[in-house]
Write a protein that binds this ligand. Structure first.
Ligand SMILES: Cc1ncc(COP(=O)(O)O)c(C=O)c1O
Length: 429
């Protein structure tokens, strides 16, 4: 008789883990409030449209949310947008870099961290990740800097801030902008200071899986008034405050957030602090449980990470020590009822888009000869940690699971122990 659920045995966990999104009557009221107000867009119709918020009367949900979110994240300005891909693109556009300038990007992240560079006709250069945290490895940064490098884009991956001490120092030494992709890092802290407040700008996502959500949404945060003004203009299609409505000054987009999104997100923000502390406690409990299990090792929480969002809880799986391939382990664990995945299939540069250089039409980047011979597949040699994480090592569990209690964590650890103890069933299969 099989023990493992994947072979027809009883699953260790038969009930669902904690769900997502979390909402209650407050989100309902916020949504209905916008609906009934008839003000579904940031500015009222029929009053002459202006980019400035009215001096008197009710401010928009978007304006309130921008202020509240930015303040919470130690930033002076927030520019709310349609999604976190949009905020990355417009922030980079506002830096006014030259065609063919290079931006350093970690090899292990979501595609938007690199497409925001390409969409601005700039060149992503991939750098490997730290084996303990899966964040951009500062040790590998300087060898990637060339005379064309203008910016370092860090991702606070899974909710753990990148090593901002080292990265800011290297950036300052080479006169580079620092961009924070904080899509996973709502409310997170590095040395007691909010992730998202360190660079020229940061970008957060409110897509459905994120630790705060309105289904979709994003916000750019910055402490730089000129950057905030430029981005505000860019998401209003290049308009300018105080100028005629149909006068356009820059190549921009409609990347605006709706009042519905902002109203939900204001409530979600009020839950953030309690939720992040809950996840942090639960993740610590699970890490303690996983400690003695041979073949699995939680990623390290740096002692300077004073708040980790655990947007992803990740552990490293050692195929040799566990005696079972990672993919077979993860399939068996999922069958036991644990929401678990292997994450990215390969580092960004291995995606067909990069291998075939299928970017904007024409040469790459448009209008310069500098990178004609770029071979993105060649980054594999420079990024062994990202390669290993994708192919053999990384295991992800999503954030909502860590809103559960200790018994949930016990079930996860118990399911891992069960799969490993019965690995011979999988060998046989
Ligand atoms: C690291 C990272 N950056 C950027 C984004 C883009 O955010 P959005 O989906 O809101 O466009 C995501 C979304 O998954 C992400 O994971």
């Amino acid at each position: 008789m099989a023990n493992l659920a994947i072979n027809g045995g009883e699953p260790l966990r038969k009930t669902p883990f904690h769900g997502w999104p979390v909402f209650d009557a407050r989100e309902e009221e916020a949504l209905l409030g916008v609906l009934r107000s008839g003000k579904w867009w940031r500015f009222a119709f029929g009053q002459g449209v202006s980019l400035a918020e009215p001096e008197e009367g009710e401010r928009s949900q978007v304006a309130e949310f921008q202020e509240e979110f930015a303040r919470f994240h130690d930033c002076a300005y927030g520019i709310a947008a349609a999604n976190g891909t949009a905020t990355l693109e417009m922030g980079i556009r506002a830096l006014d870099l030259d065609v063919g300038d290079e931006v350093i990007v970690p090899a292990y992240t979501y595609i938007a961290s690199a497409t925001c560079v390409l969409q601005n006709n700039l060149v992503p250069i991939f750098v490997d990740i730290d084996p303990d945290t899966y964040n951009l490895d500062p040790e590998r940064l300087e060898e990637a800097i060339t005379e064309r490098t203008r910016a370092i884009l860090v991702v606070h991956f899974g909710g753990q801030p990148a090593d901002m001490d080292r990265i800011l120092a290297i950036a300052a030494a080479h006169d580079l902008h620092v961009i924070e992709d904080a899509a996973h890092a709502h409310g997170c802290e590095w040395n007691g200071r909010k992730a998202g407040s360190f660079g020229r700008f940061s970008s957060f996502s409110f897509q459905a899986s994120k630790n705060m959500t309105a289904g979709e949404g994003g916000i750019l945060c910055t402490n730089d008034a000129a950057m905030a003004e430029a981005c505000d203009a860019l998401l209003w299609a290049g308009r300018k405050v105080g100028r005629p409505w149909y006068e356009f000054h820059r190549l921009g987009w409609n990347y605006r957030m709706t009042e519905f999104q902002a109203a939900i997100l204001r409530v979600q923000l009020s839950r953030l602090d309690e939720q992040i502390r809950h996840r942090q406690r639960a993740a610590q409990f699970l890490s303690d449980r996983l400690g003695p299990i041979e073949g699995v090792a939680p990623l390290v929480q740096d002692c300077r990470t004073t708040l980790h969002g655990y947007h992803l809880y990740m552990f490293r799986y050692d195929e040799q020590a566990a005696g079972l391939p990672r993919n077979a382990f993860v399939e068996a664990l999922a069958a036991e009822g644990v929401p678990v995945s292997t994450g990215y299939s390969y580092p960004l540069y291995r995606n067909p888009m990069f291998v075939e250089k299928r970017f904007i039409n024409g040469s790459f980047p448009l209008g310069t000869p500098y990178h004609d011979d770029m071979d993105y597949a060649g980054f594999a040699e420079r990024c062994p940690v990202a390669e290993r994480a994708c192919a053999h090592e990384a295991v992800w569990i999503p954030q909502e699971v860590f809103l559960g209690d200790d018994s949930d964590m016990d079930d996860i650890a118990g399911a891992i122990e069960k799969v490993l103890a019965n690995r011979s069933e999988l060998d046989a299969g």
